[in-house]
Write a protein that binds this ligand. Structure first.
Ligand code: ZN
Length: 434
């Protein structure tokens, strides 16, 4: 049982998502970035197939594997393949340590404001800052969760994109420092996303690339961010500190549109282009009006692109395949007694098709039990699985510089294991709260 005493020891999790263990050591050694904490035990943190922020944080926060909660990405199909719902801790019914102690939450996927000290990660449509009254004054008044809808908008103008990333992260840290000074929290999670965004913009090796025009701006950000995190740590003492990254970046070699692959295999059917464009324009308008924020892409990406009556399976969420089951979805096609054989058949068809396209390191997981979970999770290092409507099935020429890898790290004192799953990190942190 977790102690509810506010004076009990705190646990502070500093998340540097997108950074690898080696990059963290490089920053500590060369820039003194959190150097006191780089001497702790570093464990590899990984999964077979999860590489999305929502999926990995889903496991860390709930302590349940993705196939129990169903959380593998920003959303899940609710009543049909086209009916995407943005997932939060309440939709996945997390029973977590987060509901048992007062928390400080900065820029963490899935977590809602509730009665927390909270800064949005950009997926909550109704709130940016909690308590709400903070938003009327600085630094919270200027708080923005994300610099851009998609880093791809800035691929041709990386200097401007980088400046935006760094500015927004500095403002976030200023807000986080102010919140951390409040005494009424026991578990704090402060998540930086600049390292992830910069890797998407500049490629996976940007930290050591001294030829970049933005190199000195990044160096100056690193030292300022390090100072700011030190102050947050000081204001939280006495504390267990964990530095964590829920995924890292690798060079992207190919882009795969799973829905196009499945269309070519006769498993999926997509709506015609004019209908999809009209739908998306309407959704974009209403999402922007509703949320008044810059990041609306998760709300609109794959909603309403499938001809459900002709889909045996589809991938409405990146890397995840859902069989169109009669007992799960309206317009479902697959009977309950065919589901296991169909899942196996589709897994093997996808594996062959992707191998034929030169992707040999493919990893396909099928969950042992099902709730909101997809039927298959697909991952291959260096491959960006996406759901853009009309992009080619496999593209080895036009793709982003960088994509997520399933391997992150956690660095904390007195942790003897070298390999941890996201769910075991949850237990470890829960133990430190006792
Ligand atoms: Zn990312």
């Amino acid at each position: 049982m977790i102690s509810k005493n506010n004076n009990a020891k705190k646990v502070l999790l500093i998340s540097l998502d997108g950074l690898s263990a080696n990059e963290f050591k490089y920053l500590s050694t060369n820039f003194g970035f959190l150097e006191e904490h780089s001497n702790c035990d570093i464990s590899k943190l990984s999964s077979n197939t999860l590489n999305s922020a929502h999926g990995t944080w889903g496991e860390i926060l709930s302590g349940s594997p993705w196939w129990e909660s169903g959380c593998v990405g920003y959303a899940f199909p609710r009543h049909s393949l086209n009916d995407l719902e943005i997932g939060t801790e309440s939709s996945y019914q997390f029973h977590s340590m987060l509901t048992q102690v007062p928390t400080l939450v900065v820029n963490v996927p899935l977590l809602e404001p509730q009665n927390r000290l909270w800064l949005s990660d950009g997926t909550n449509a109704s709130s940016r800052v909690n308590p709400n009254k903070l938003a009327i004054q600085e630094p919270f008044k200027s708080y923005q969760a994300r610099p851009f809808t998609s880093p791809s908008y800035y691929f041709g103008k990386t200097k401007e994109g980088t400046r935006l990333c760094l500015e927004i992260e500095k403002q976030r840290l200023t807000c986080a420092e102010s919140l951390a000074l409040q005494d009424n929290w026991r578990l704090g999670i402060v998540r930086l996303t600049a390292f992830d965004q910069l890797a998407h913009l500049l490629g996976p090796h940007y930290l050591r690339d001294t030829s970049l025009a933005v190199h000195s701006a990044i160096e100056s950000f690193i030292s300022k961010a390090g100072e700011s995190l030190k102050r947050i740590i000081q204001s939280a003492e006495p504390t267990t500190i964990a530095v964590v990254s829920a995924y890292s970046h690798v060079e992207c070699k190919k882009r795969v549109n799973l829905n196009q692959v499945m269309t070519q295999l006769g498993l999926c059917k997509l709506l015609d282009k004019a209908t999809v464009q009209k739908e998306q324009a309407l959704r974009y308008q209403s999402a922007t009006a509703l949320s008044n924020r810059i990041d609306t892409s998760p709300l609109i990406s794959t909603t309403n692109i499938f001809v459900e009556e002709s889909c045996i399976a589809a991938s409405p969420v990146q890397g995840a395949v859902y069989i169109n089951k009669k007992d799960r979805f309206k317009n479902g096609l697959i009977d309950i007694n065919e589901q296991v054989s169909k899942t196996n058949e589709i897994a093997s068809q996808l594996k062959s098709a992707l191998c034929e396209a030169g992707i040999n390191n493919i990893n396909i997981e099928s969950p042992p039990s099902k709730t909101l979970a997809p039927d298959l999770m697909i991952y291959a290092e260096g491959v960006d699985f996406h759901n853009l409507y009309d992009a080619p099935a496999v593209d080895a020429f036009s793709h982003p510089k960088s994509c997520h890898s399933t391997t992150g790290f956690v660095c904390m004192k007195n942790n003897n294991s070298t390999d941890l799953s996201y769910t075991s990190l949850h237990s470890l942190l829960e133990g430190r709260l006792n």
